[in-house]
Design a protein around this ligand. Structure first.
Ligand code: ADP
Ligand code: ADP
Ligand code: MG
Length: 446
């Protein structure tokens, strides 16, 4: 096992990884930008290294400085968390070249799956159903118009390098297509430095259902059930739950097996997520693979009792999976609310600032993963997610009751948050029934 791991991230996910390491007796190195010198992850790690100024590209994306910090502190492995360098194949490759273990899949697999249009093509080869769409990337205006005619409106234009719901446009008819194509291209270039685009049929009111998989270096792959992430605002997840409220044993088995087929085909290693869209007739289609730990991983941890970060570390260290599909059991129901420092009444504008008073909820089946402490100043520089509130109940009804109770206890003074917004979601009748889809927020609470 590793003696020391460098955590190449910040915020709640860095804290989450440091906690797992501590329980495993592994020392940790935090990295931070100048504006993060008082951040919780820096205080919790055994050692810390400043890797640059606040702008992500100068610090949390600064490959040279991060690798130097790893070598200097003698860390043997890097956990990339999510966001930042977690899906950067060049970074994973440089780790490989420097003999540092990247806790994740190989650079080659990240490269293949990170390009979403390429991933689609590979999944077709693997025999996994994909959303009907373009076989190639979009070349020019004429090619884009022709492709959309072939697929049939409505369609969705998406960035091959996309993530976080950016670089995506819905197009209802031909009048809108060139405008959408060009604005999405500009957004993709600005966000990802790559404006390669592809096209899919726009599915009306699907559910977003994703499967967590774990795979070791010896070809063993298991799935740990699914998460329903249909509660999204502008294609960004807001609340997630596991299991999916409408899942049946039969559907879980066929989607889970498709996820395994996908992972086996690309010789995937470590933790990963296969995202599917599920339509009203229980047809499911591959959408993309996230080759990293995900924000919403705690709901899976609650219902399976498996610590996903520890599993990632053990797999990276060369351990064989001790889990088998048969001994993975789903127990109860879990819901996660993403708590953001933002103002829902002002278009969800980010609201950084100083936390003047803080009370974190607790009790049986309540978990809070957060970067907050009393008096902490949230910088304006990074993602506005400041905490995740996760609950576990013996069934969905109990989980909703617990979430209502825990949201009520959660006190964050000094900055605006979306806590009240989450109340309106979980007390919505459609949500309580579990009969919702990705259009839920757009219809009810945008
Ligand atoms: P996930 O795919 O894990 O559910 P999202 O789709 O919401 O998460 O996140 C989109 C992208 O933004 C991902 O690459 C994720 O890692 C990144 N991201 C989300 N929240 C944060 C955060 N608080 N800090 C850094 N990166 C984040
Ligand atoms: P990202 O990489 O930004 O996470 P995804 O491809 O996962 O992008 O899509 C983000 C969200 O957009 C999905 O969760 C889903 O709600 C919606 N979406 C994506 N593709 C389609 C589609 N073809 N039809 C309908 N909704 C879609
Ligand atoms: Mg996605």
């Amino acid at each position: 096992m590793f003696k020391k791991i460098l955590v190449a991230n910040r915020g709640e996910i860095a804290v989450r990884i440091i906690r797992a390491c501590r329980e495993m007796g592994i020392e940790t190195v935090a990295i931070y930008s100048t504006i993060d010198k008082d951040a919780l992850h820096v205080q919790m790690a055994d050692e810390s290294v400043c890797v640059g100024p606040s702008a992500p590209r100068d610090s949390y994306l600064n490959i040279k400085n991060i690798l130097s910090a790893t070598v200097l502190t003698g860390a043997e492995a890097i956990h990339p968390g999510f966001g930042f360098l977690s899906e950067n194949s060049k970074f994973a490759q440089m780790c490989e070249e420097c003999n540092i273990t990247f806790i994740g899949p190989s650079s080659n697999v990240i490269d293949k799956m990170g390009n979403k249009s390429n991933a689609r093509a590979m999944m077709i080869e693997a025999g996994v159903p994909v959303i009907p769409g373009s076989e190639e990337t979009l070349q020019d205006d004429e090619n884009t118009i022709n492709m959309a005619r072939k697929i049939g409106y409505p369609i969705m234009i998406k960035a091959s390098a996309g993530g976080g719901g950016r670089g995506i446009r819905i197009v209802k008819n031909e009048d809108e297509i060139l405008d959408a194509y060009h604005t999405a291209k500009i957004e993709a270039k600005a966000s990802f430095g790559d404006d390669t685009m592809y096209m899919e049929k726009y599915l009306e009111n699907p559910r977003h259902v994703e499967f967590q998989i774990l795979s070791d270096n010896y070809g063993n792959v298991v799935y740990l059930g699914e998460r329903d992430c249909s509660i999204q605002r502008r294609n960004q997840k807001v609340l997630e739950e596991a299991p999916c409220p409408i899942m049946t044993d039969e559907l879980r088995k066929s989607m889970g097996e498709a996820a395994i087929r996908a992972a086996e085909y690309i010789k995937y290693r470590n933790a990963g997520t296969i995202e599917f869209l599920l339509d009203k007739h229980n047809n499911f289609y591959f959408m993309e693979m996230n080759t990293r730990i995900q924000v919403e991983h705690p709901v899976t941890e609650f219902i399976t009792g498996i610590d996903l970060i520890k599993e990632q570390i053990k797999i990276a260290a060369g351990d064989k999976l001790t889990l088998t599909q048969d001994n993975i059991k789903i127990n109860g129901h879990s819901i996660e609310c993403r708590i953001n420092a933002e103002d829902p009444s002002k278009g969800f504008m980010p609201c950084p600032g100083t936390v003047s008073e803080l009370f974190i909820p607790g009790g049986l089946g309540v978990r809070v993963d957060s970067l907050l402490y009393d008096g902490y100043t949230i910088p304006p520089t990074y993602d506005s997610m400041i905490a995740k509130l996760i609950v576990h109940g013996k069934n969905r009804e109990e989980a909703i009751n617990k979430m209502n109770r825990a949201l009520g206890e959660f006190l964050i003074e000094g900055v605006k948050t979306n806590i009240d917004y989450h109340f309106t979601i979980i007390n919505n009748e459609e949500f309580i029934k579990g009969i919702y889809d990705t259009g839920f927020i757009g219809r009810n609470h945008d």
